[in-house]
Design a protein around this ligand. Structure first.
Ligand code: HEM
Ligand SMILES: [Cu+2]
Length: 562
């Protein structure tokens, strides 16, 4: 670690505190991850490990679903249990894997990237994290109540979600709604923290247009959380009242309005798609420059387009309700607004292609995952534009076409993008290198598995196979067999990843501070970073992504050699 400038006396003090912290950190190293810590790096890793655990649980449920669907009429599980499986699979994958893992990554990286010592409200940060295991315990507990787990799908539309099979107060559905409301509160707390941190805690010289693109995407995503989550949380609480104390906001049998719930739900849950996809765009924007040795093409446009996407995303939710009795003129308005999102998104895709174009590509695991995720994102974008068109959506509504589309987003793009990030920042988080061979094996299994699993869902949907069914007409068998085999392959692809992470963390090669020769404040500090992140808060004097410039300047007037 180097610090230039400074008068001597100050530097001495800085170095002394540095040594003291190092000592502290190593003495209690692994135990810190199991305790109530307010260090954003510990919290970040706590989020990542907890959410990965739930990813495995959700993955096992996916294997059960695909096992059931491998033949038209298997009876691997009964129908009630099947309903629970796809509901909990979707719920866990979204609320306990995608959201918390991205929050974990952002928690780890944002303070480092903007040159801060921690998040603005460290205790609030820890409190928000510890609500995640509570949410997890609540949803898992639902398997042990007499009525079994929630069965109304991850979106829990009434009136289905208001059916309470056993008549018990503590039903799986009750626990589900409670968990969603708590996870909403946790995320609102996180959003307040992220927005404040990014606005208030940037190092001197770190203007908005010197922030890495990843920070821009987290900022935009968390603004969505602030305006959207209150709607979901309010909807969840009203649903909870309907279920428990006999109100009738949403129950048509008692004069309520079920479609109203859909508005509450999608007013948040559509923008939520961008809460998870924007940080992935941020990951792309960090990874492509490093492994292409080129600055991010059109950095300012990429940065601003995150905010534009966040803004437009609030105006499109009714595209999930084309088939809910929405009047024709309204469908037109929302079709047009939805298609508008493709403009800033398309600009970003061009920027990434422009970044890679003509670069000196290094195809390490993070770059492979980022490239694979980008390809699958482009595919998902095409089917997404198709779905935004009213006539197509009406045709494939609630079929496997939709399931195929959103898995290209959620697995192909978000989960694969997350893997790219985990490999890329693994050396920073642990101080050790992962094994490249295992990483590449993981990539190829996952890439092939994803396509085998989710591509067949598109023809299935076009032919009319409905989602959320446990048995189907034999004409759909062929594609279902391929999808199931692809699904099992995809499940297996997780094994080399786990093996890699665990063994590298224990005995991987020392990584050094900056193994990728990347530019950015997080690479200027030690790996893993000290408790206080930086010996001394850096002074930022240039824009990010100075790859390939003759003298790329980063923090501290520190000249990095290529
Ligand atoms: C090997 C990996 C996976 C497989 C084989 C798989 C399979 C499936 C299948 C077959 C369904 C439809 C269930 C039905 O309609 O009966 C489904 C639904 C769903 N999946 Fe996945 N999935 C996988 C990974 C993921 C991931 C990583 C995410 C999110 C990050 C995800 C999110 C969802 C959601 C939100 C639903 C909708 C559930 C509902 O309708 O309530 N899946 N999955
Ligand atoms: Cu949407």
């Amino acid at each position: 670690m180097t610090t230039i400038n400074n008068n001597n006396s100050q530097e001495k003090i800085v170095i002394e505190t540095h040594i003291e912290h190092h000592h502290q950190a190593s003495a209690r190293d692994w135990k810190r991850y199991f305790s109530f810590s307010t260090d954003h790096k510990v919290i970040g890793i706590q989020y990542l490990v907890t959410s990965f655990f739930f990813f495995l649980v959700g993955g096992i449920f996916a294997m059960i679903i695909r096992g059931e669907l491998i033949t038209p009429e298997s009876d691997l599980v009964d129908r009630t249990f099947y309903n629970g499986m796809f509901t909990m699979h979707g719920t866990i994958m979204l609320f306990l894997w995608t959201f918390p893992s991205l929050v974990g990554l952002a928690n780890y990286l944002v303070p480092l990237m903007i040159g801060a010592r921690d998040m603005a409200f460290p205790r609030l940060n820890a409190a928000a994290f510890w609500m995640v295991p509570v949410v997890g315990i609540l949803v898992m507990a639902s398997f042990f109540v007499p009525s079994g787990s929630a069965q109304a799908g991850w979106w829990s539309y009434p009136p289905v979600s208001l059916q309470n099979p056993s008549g018990d107060l503590i039903s799986g559905q009750f626990l589900w709604i409670l968990a969603v409301a708590i996870s909403g509160v946790s995320s609102i707390m996180g959003a307040v923290n992220f927005v404040t941190t990014i606005v208030k805690m940037r190092a001197p010289g770190m203007t908005f247009f010197r922030m890495p693109a990843f920070v821009w995407t987290v900022f935009s995503a968390q603004i969505i959380q602030l305006f959207g989550l209150p709607a979901l949380t309010a909807g969840a609480v009203m649903l909870l009242f309907d279920l428990t104390v006999g109100t009738s906001f949403f129950d048509p049998a008692k004069g309520g309005n079920a479609v109203l719930f859909q508005h509450f739900f999608w007013f948040y849950s559509h923008p939520a798609v961008y809460v998870i996809i924007l940080p992935i765009f941020g990951i792309f924007s960090e990874i492509f420059p490093v492994y292409s040795r080129k600055p991010l093409f059109g950095y300012k446009v990429v940065a601003i387009s995150s905010l534009i996407i966040a803004g437009v995303s609030g105006l499109v939710w009714v595209h999930h309700m084309y088939a809910s009795g929405t009047p024709g003129w309204m469908r037109m308005v929302f079709m047009l607004s939805t298609m508008c999102v493709s403009v800033p998104t398309g600009i970003k895709v061009f920027a990434w292609v422009g970044t890679i174009w003509g670069g000196k590509l290094r195809l390490n695991t993070p770059m492979l995952f980022a490239l694979g995720a980008l390809i699958m994102f482009v595919f998902a974008g095409i089917t997404g534009i198709m779905l935004s068109a009213v006539p197509i959506d009406i045709h494939v509504n609630n079929t496997y076409f939709v399931v195929g589309h959103f898995h290209y987003v959620l697995y192909g793009t978000v989960t694969m993008g997350m893997y790219a990030a985990l490999y890329h920042w693994f050396p920073k988080m642990t101080g050790r290198m992962y094994y490249e061979g295992l990483g590449q094996l993981h990539f190829w299994l996952a890439f092939i598995g994803t396509n085998l699993n989710f591509l067949p869902m598109h023809p299935l949907g076009l032919q009319g196979m409905l989602r959320r069914v446990s048995s189907y007409d034999p004409q759909y068998t062929f594609w279902n067999v391929i999808a199931s085999l692809g699904g099992f392959l995809l499940g297996m692809s997780t094994l080399p990843f786990i093996l890699n992470m665990v063994s590298s963390w224990i005995q991987g090669q020392a990584a050094g501070d900056n193994p990728w020769r990347a530019i950015g404040l997080e690479w200027l500090t030690t790996s893993p970073p000290d408790i206080e992140n930086f010996e001394e808060i850096p002074l930022v004097i240039s824009e990010p992504y100075g790859y390939g410039k003759s003298e790329p300047l980063t923090a501290n007037g520190h000249v990095k050699s290529e």
